[in-house]
Design a protein around this ligand. Sequence first.
Ligand code: 1HN
Length: 355
Amino acid sequence: MAELGRLDELPIEFRNGLTAQNLVPLWPSLRAALPYEIPSRRTRPMVWRYADIRPRLLEAGELTPIEKAERRVLVLANPGLGLENMQATPSIYIGMQLILPRETAPNHRHSPSAVRFVVEGEGGFTVVDGEKLPMERGDLILTPSGLWHEHGHEGEGPVVWLDALDLPVVYSLEASYCLEGDPQAVRNQPDASQTRYRRAGLLPYSALNRPRADYPLRRFPWRETQAALHDLAGVTDANEIVQLAYVNPETGHECLPILGFSAIMLRPGETIRPPRRSASAVLHVVEGDGQAAIDGAKLDWSDQDTLAIPTHASVEIVNRSATKTAYLFQVDDAPMQRKLGFYEEFADRRSGSMR
Ligand code: 1HN
């Protein structure tokens, strides 16, 4: 392969002249921008343990009243990407948000899209576009780009959820902003979207007479997801991954435009080796104990831990329990990559052996 010219081979006068005119020669940087075969990646394989996060969040609850925080969140920042940039992976923002009884997180809307995945506690709720959505452990709640949303807590004890946003993408496009609003008028139809779209394959008839809705279903209850995973496992071979995508029930496509969401079930003792792919991902452990090998880095995981998977990484995930099922919630940027035409899965299995 040809050796490209270096910057220091160019006369200093030429370089200074270019700099003064805001010009840059491509060839010294070409290989860094377009490396051979595999992208250069600063994202580190990571695990954030809930046992570490939880006491810090509760401390934040004592230190900072909700009025001073708006959203009381600790961000899971990948050190390879610079902590100040608040990226779990290049495209995915992840935070853990704490709300205490009777607190409210005020109404706003913004250009990035967000989802909440409930980690702990009962009595939390989010109002999205006038619809009040209960938050139970494991539920996925969508707050798509531009929709008003606010949170509250009517129960006892702390409520914690994981926020996943496409913020790094929207921010890098200099398109991230938010508007504040008065509290929403809540319609007397709590969780109506979940009722309307209760069963796959059955749509409200009126949906056939209008254009497909962008975000018809706003809450995916864990109870339903878990039952569907077990049903799917019953018709899935031992060497296939039991995985369900959260989709728009009217289109069958991913439920948000940039980030995708799925649920994975690991049968007792099961090891999965998903293909290497161009998407980055975050895995959140709903329940279970195991180990992940991500580009050879061995990371133990347990209930409510969260892992980061760089693009193009080799991945092997083991459920260490011989008797208990494990459940993972996955966030990835495959929807954006598919739309932009560069999503790829690679046939090789380069993952390091866990044994
Ligand atoms: C946001 O709107 C929420 O509504 C949480 O709960 C975290 C992080 C960055 C930007 C917007 C929320 C956020 C956020």
